[in-house]
Design a protein around this ligand. Structure first.
Ligand code: ADP
Length: 774
């Protein structure tokens, strides 16, 4: 801290020292000018012209302006000085004029182009350098001026005599301000573009910087052309002329876009329309110019009127917005634009009162002021947005961590509750106890569903939800979905009808788990919100080459949804319908998650509903076909009903031996309970060390391993198991309460053969046995 303080003081002292040295250098040393003063002088005096009375001449005041007709000739003359030097120039400004210079009636210079004019009657504005010679001394010089534009025909600007460098130096001193302002704007334009691109690269879309970039580019080009010094950087006068007018026509569009963004699209439609007006104006003027119907200079008034209109409209809209929102961003922007407007008005007044030879000086200050205010406002806004985003990301991270932890902590005891309860249900118990146990089971399932939904929701919110695609058989997916729904529909005495297209391909590539989740969600809702009648599922598959489109419609004869509430049902935690409906168990997350999952899969969801009569939900999911063999038809016999799972494995794996490793005795009992009557031998051990000793004694066909254990954890124990070549092929399934995104992949990467999340689903458990013991 101290060091920084010391450096700051030293830095200030160095600055003071430097200022002192600069003052000394300014006062005490000779100055060597780049160009001598006598290298350029005004050549405005001594000119005369002939009046209407023959041979009568009149002195010409320069600068001056005559009322002449289109293409009418104006001739002015003067005697050239005796000390005229070769190598020096007479410099004249031609604004859309043809200028011919004669010395003693002999043409010595003309800017009339010999090539045929393609479009535009004249090239534009240019400084003409007429070479002088000592031979012309004392002779009479005549200048003949004509123009295709009446307004330009009689316009005569200052003239200069001197060396080329001297004249350019003088012109820079006179018009350099707007020229250099234009150059600064060009640099700013590049800076804005770089900032925009850097933002885009890091995931921020700061469009305001892009608008600023366009605006500064247009204004830079306009100021450089308007300063009449564009010739210094580009010798193509026609090109400069086109850029001069088109840059002005395009400049208001970024202003409109910027304002629209500041006002948060409050007048989006109107601003859009105004942008189109400028685009049409641009296209119309270019077309008229190219077809030679009219030159830009003749249409300049249209652009001026449009710009004035935009200034006024934008200022009013900003004023109204500020009064309503009191936003400091709008206020700053309003001040910037008002500044530009006032500088523009001041510039026009000074020009028409003859204080300036050309517009631009005041406007360049206005533009710089406007751009600096805007870039400052954009930077402040950007920093605020960035901070908000960083905070949101860290809050989201904290939320996800909390949910992951919470889910882990809740899943562990839930495993015991659900598992033990299942064991109670498998015993010979009296009807009352069975009823209580069934109630426990239902409530535990509700809680598990909520837990999964909240986890899914947090994953989607933090952008961590990813599809895990793999090859799967549609038959298995539909069999499970229909099996589960048949049971729930049966329990409510509802008829469950399903119609599946015949002859559809059997194998697909996609996220089977998520498709199952989407279908179950809609089917569960249909059962949940239907009291009597039926639930009907139609599965239609349309194939196009290697692509298939599943269309699944679920129709019910339930409560239906009111038209005005249809839009709300995809919102999170939003439940609709009457009080009775809301009492049906649910959290209003299911459909929100369903839609997000469908979005991820490139699918869609549609609803048709009639209040009091029923609803039809239709989902479309695109999938890749990987197996074209025809899917086996689904019959009553091959549909697995959840209740029949246990009996399916009874005695099937008699003689096999399984090891369960978990530091929690209850969990070991749950595994043992699930395998009761299966004729499989089950050993349970409480640590990784004991697992290794058990394995040294017996051969196991399958191991279920807990992850978090004191001492050696599941992963370390697995490493030891795999280290022994004898045990290398024994399948080891990790049992864990860690159900967050990516956990499965992490465990598989560690070397486990499969993954079972706690609380153990009996169905998944038996599926594992089928998979690893057969
Ligand atoms: P929930 O957990 O409340 O069922 P969902 O997101 O799945 O949450 O559904 C949101 C709301 O949409 C439900 O609360 C319900 O009001 C309405 N809804 C969904 N499906 C149906 C249906 N088949 N019939 C009538 N209403 C439905």
């Amino acid at each position: 801290m101290r060091d920084i303080h010391a450096i700051k003081n030293i830095y200030l002292m160095l600055l003071v020292l430097l200022i002192g040295v600069c003052v000394f250098a300014t006062v005490g040393s000779d100055r060597i000018p780049f160009v001598e003063n006598d290298e350029c002088e005004l050549f405005d005096e001594g000119w005369y012209y002939y009046t209407d009375t023959p041979e009568e001449t009149k002195e010409l005041m320069i600068p001056s302006r005559f009322r002449l007709l289109e293409d009418e000739e104006f001739r002015m003359e003067r005697r050239l000085p005796q000390d005229l030097q070769s190598g020096k120039y007479l410099c004249l400004l031609s604004e859309y004029q043809t200028i011919t210079v004669l010395v003693d009636d002999e043409v010595v210079f003309t800017n009339q182009r010999t090539t045929e004019q393609k479009f535009g009657k004249s090239d534009g504005t240019e400084w003409l350098f007429v070479p002088m010679s000592s031979d012309y001394a004392g002779k009479t010089a005549a200048i003949i001026i004509t123009s295709p534009y009446a307004s330009a025909s009689g316009k005569i600007d200052h003239m200069y005599y001197g060396s080329r460098a001297g004249i350019i130096y003088t012109l820079l001193k006179k018009n350099g301000f707007s020229f250099f302002s234009g150059c600064i704007l060009l640099i700013l334009c590049v800076i804005f573009f770089v900032v925009y691109e850097l933002g885009r690269y890091s995931g921020f879309h700061w469009n305001n910087y892009l608008y600023l970039c366009f605006f500064t580019m247009c204004m830079a080009v306009w100021l450089i052309c308007e300063s009449k010094l564009g010739q210094l950087v580009c010798s193509n006068i026609r090109l400069l002329n086109i850029l001069h007018f088109t840059s002005l026509m395009l400049a208001p569009i970024p202003i409109l876009l910027y304002t629209n963004s500041v006002e948060k699209s409050r007048y989006g439609k109107e601003f859009n329309l105004m942008c189109w007006v400028f685009i049409v104006n641009f296209i119309a003027q270019i077309s008229l110019y190219v077809t030679n119907a009219c030159d830009f200079i003749g249409m300049l008034w249209v652009t001026y009127i449009l710009i004035l209109m935009i200034f006024v409209t934008v200022l009013i809209s900003l004023f109204v917005c500020y009064r309503e929102t009191k936003s400091s961003g709008i206020k700053t922007y309003f001040e910037g634009l008002l500044g530009l407007f006032l500088f523009t008005i001041a510039d026009s007044l000074l020009y028409y009162r003859g204080v300036y030879d050309n517009v631009g000086n005041c406007i360049s200050v206005g533009i710089l002021f406007y751009v600096i205010i805007l870039s400052h406002a954009s930077t402040v806004e950007r920093l605020v947005r960035e901070r908000e985003k960083i905070m949101a990301v860290s809050q989201n991270q904290a939320k996800t961590n909390f949910l992951a932890r919470m889910s882990h902590e809740i899943r562990t005891p839930m495993n015991a509750i659900i598992g033990m309860n299942d064991m109670i249900l498998n015993e010979n118990i009296n009807e009352d106890v069975r009823k209580y146990a069934v109630n426990i089971k239902n409530s535990a399932n509700v809680m598990m569903n909520l837990l999964s939904d909240v986890l899914d929701f947090s994953k989607i919110e933090s952008g961590k939800m990813e599809l895990i695609n793999s090859n799967y058989q549609l038959f298995n997916l539909l069999r499970d979905v229909i099996g589960i729904t048949s049971v729930t529909a049966d329990n409510k005495h509802l008829e469950f009808i399903y119609e599946i297209d015949e002859g559809i391909p059997s194998g697909y590539f996609g996220d089977e788990v998520r498709i199952r989740q989407v279908l179950l969600n809609i089917l569960n809702n249909a059962v949940k919100y239907t009291q009597k009648g039926y639930v009907k599922m139609k599965f239609h598959c349309e194939c196009n080459g290697f692509l298939a489109m599943f269309t699944v419609s679920v129709e019910d004869t339930g409560v239906g949804i009111k038209k005005e509430e249809l839009g709300k049902i995809f919102d999170t935690f939003e439940r609709v319908g009457d009080e009775k409906n809301r009492r049906v168990e649910g959290f209003g997350l299911g459909l929100a998650i369903t839609r997000q999952l469908l979005d991820l899969m490139g699918g869609s969801i549609e609803i048709q509903s009639e209040y009091g009569k029923g609803s039809t939900f239709t989902v479309r999911i695109p999938q890749k076909i990987v197996d074209r063999s025809i899917m086996e038809p689904l019959t009553e016999q091959n549909i697995v009903r959840s209740s029949s799972q246990k009996s399916a494995i009874e005695g099937k794996y008699a003689g096999k031996r399984i090891l369960a490793v978990d530091d929690n005795v209850v969990n070991l009992q749950v595994v043992a309970g699930l395998l009761k009557n299966s004729k499989i031998r089950v050993d349970g051990v409480l640590s990784g060390d004991k697992c290794l000793s058990a394995m040294a004694k017996y051969h196991y066909d399958l191991i279920f391993m807990d992850h978090r254990m004191p001492g050696m954890d599941g992963v370390e124990t697995l490493k030891y198991i795999r280290g022994n070549p004898v045990n290398r092929d024994i399948p080891v399934i990790v049992l864990t309460a860690n159900a967050v995104e990516g956990a499965r992949e992490d465990f598989l990467a560690e070397g486990f053969d499969d993954y079972l999340s706690k609380p153990i689903s009996a169905k998944r458990f038996y599926e594992m046995l089928d998979k690893y013991l057969t």
